[in-house]
Design a protein around this ligand. Structure first.
Ligand SMILES: Cc1cc2nc3c(=O)[nH]c(=O)nc-3n(C[C@H](O)[C@H](O)[C@H](O)COP(=O)(O)OP(=O)(O)OC[C@H]3O[C@@H](n4cnc5c(N)ncnc54)[C@H](O)[C@@H]3O)c2cc1C
Length: 385
């Protein structure tokens, strides 16, 4: 039997919860720290006392994956019930279906195209003078042309990133964001669903093991690492080093919460593409649990802005300037002993929940595999996503 190790896991989000459980199952003693008063990190859900609605406190979270092992893993801790994400958008006073599909195209242009006709039409709209798109704007114009770009991408992207799409890299828009059929399911993945009793209950069950002690409302500082054989750190990478090279840039979100008696918008997520509307979208949380029935409703208007020192970091910006700063932190991290940086904040990457869980499982397995020298990163933060 290998020696029982004393391990610190920083963050009780999905990264921390999964690593803690896998190592606890192998007999190690785990202390999990989180500054928040709850587990589940940014996926935290809680029931609104007045309406009974399950609220996605830090913004909407839909589970979707092609990774069957991860799907089976989460279903061991929570039954995932069927949920299909069908997003709508309001543009110049009209409601359209997203992602742009045959219905959106026909409605927007007042046509009755069949798929091949729509494809040929969009091909005509596309700006073919742009041969090597460098910016998001050029990429979108090259894919769909000016009209669809302005209605569905320009304003939304500007609000979300706080700058013109002409200043963002083309890599953000990787594929043609259009479907030439009536499929309005936002995600393509094999598995999609919502945990019956929310993500926080799921994380709580993952962490429920005799070898795990969870310390909520407790900040972990680098100096505490000396008390442990190893630290798995899912907090902000720059925060671990007390922002020695400055703060890595993030976008944060403000949620303006309001309640409504009845059904406010008839769907879970309504985007707003016009720049004249200051928010990016409205989320109506009860539609994330279509198997429940609530007369009242809880909604969030979502505003995006630059992240300040006291804000919750949401989306890593990862433009040229941030990557240079990130490179300094990566070099610094490699000098750290017995610390592995994990998760969306520890590696400064946007990660979906399924990828987060996959990486956490791989991290724990590597640690448990005989003689493995744990690297600072399993997934290099500077690699393109
Ligand atoms: C707005 C938004 C919407 C999203 N929607 C989806 C979606 O629909 N589908 C999907 O698959 N994914 C979605 N995601 C991604 C999802 O949130 C992440 O995959 C997931 O949260 C990553 O988990 P994590 O454990 O790595 O990080 P986190 O959930 O951020 O957990 C890190 C935890 O560490 C704690 N912490 C930080 N520093 C310290 C410290 N020094 N001491 C103690 N504790 C500390 C924090 O309090 C936090 O709880 C979304 C993300 C955002 C921002």
């Amino acid at each position: 039997m290998p020696r029982v190790k004393k391990i610190a896991v920083v963050g009780a989000g999905l990264s921390g919860a999964v690593i803690a459980r896998e190592l606890a199952l192998a007999g190690h003693k785990i202390d999990v720290f989180d500054t928040r008063r709850h587990v589940a990190g940014n996926c935290h859900t809680e029931r609104d006392a007045a309406t009974g609605v399950m609220v996605h406190v830090y913004g909407p979270h839909i589970f979707h994956t092609d990774d069957t092992e991860v799907w089976d893993y989460v279903n061991r801790f929570q039954a995932f019930l069927p949920y299909k994400n069908r997003v709508k958008t309001t543009s110049s006073g009209q409601i359209y279906s997203l992602p742009i599909n045959l219905h959106t195209i026909n409605q927007f242009f007042g046509k009755a195209f069949r798929p091949d006709e729509a494809r040929a039409f969009i091909d005509e709209c596309a700006d073919k003078t742009i041969r090597e798109p460098k910016t998001f704007e050029e990429q979108a114009l090259r894919f769909v042309g000016k009209d669809l770009y302005e209605a569905f991408f320009k304003g939304y992207t500007q609000k979300q990133w706080g700058c013109s799409p002409a200043e963002l890299p083309a890599s953000i828009l990787k594929r043609l964001p259009v479907r030439f059929n009536y499929d309005d399911n936002y995600f393509f993945h094999k598995h999609q669903g919502m945990p019956e009793n929310g993500y926080t209950e799921m994380a709580r069950r993952i962490l429920d093991h005799a070898n795990i002690e969870v310390h909520l409302e407790t900040r972990f500082h680098r100096a505490l690492g000396k008390d442990f054989d190893h630290v798995f750190y899912s907090g902000p990478l720059d925060g671990y080093f007390d922002y020695e090279y400055g703060r890595l840039g993030y976008r944060t979100l403000d949620f303006e919460r309001f309640t409504y008696e009845g059904d406010y918008q008839g769907c879970a997520v309504m985007n707003y593409g016009d720049v004249s509307v200051p928010y990016t979208r409205v989320t109506e949380h009860k539609h994330f649990s279509p198997w429940e029935d609530h007369s009242g409703s809880v909604c969030y208007r979502e505003f995006s802005r630059a992240c300040g020192p006291d804000d919750v970091p949401y989306y890593p910006i990862r433009l040229m300037e941030e990557k240079e700063q990130l490179a300094q932190y990566v070099v610094r991290s490699l000098r750290e002993v017995s610390v592995t940086f994990v998760g969306r904040l520890g590696t400064y990457r946007y990660l979906d929940m399924d990828v987060t869980i996959r990486e956490a499982l791989d991290t724990a397995r590597l640690y448990l595999s005989a003689g493995a020298e744990m690297p600072a990163f399993l997934h290099a933060p500077l690699q393109a996503l």
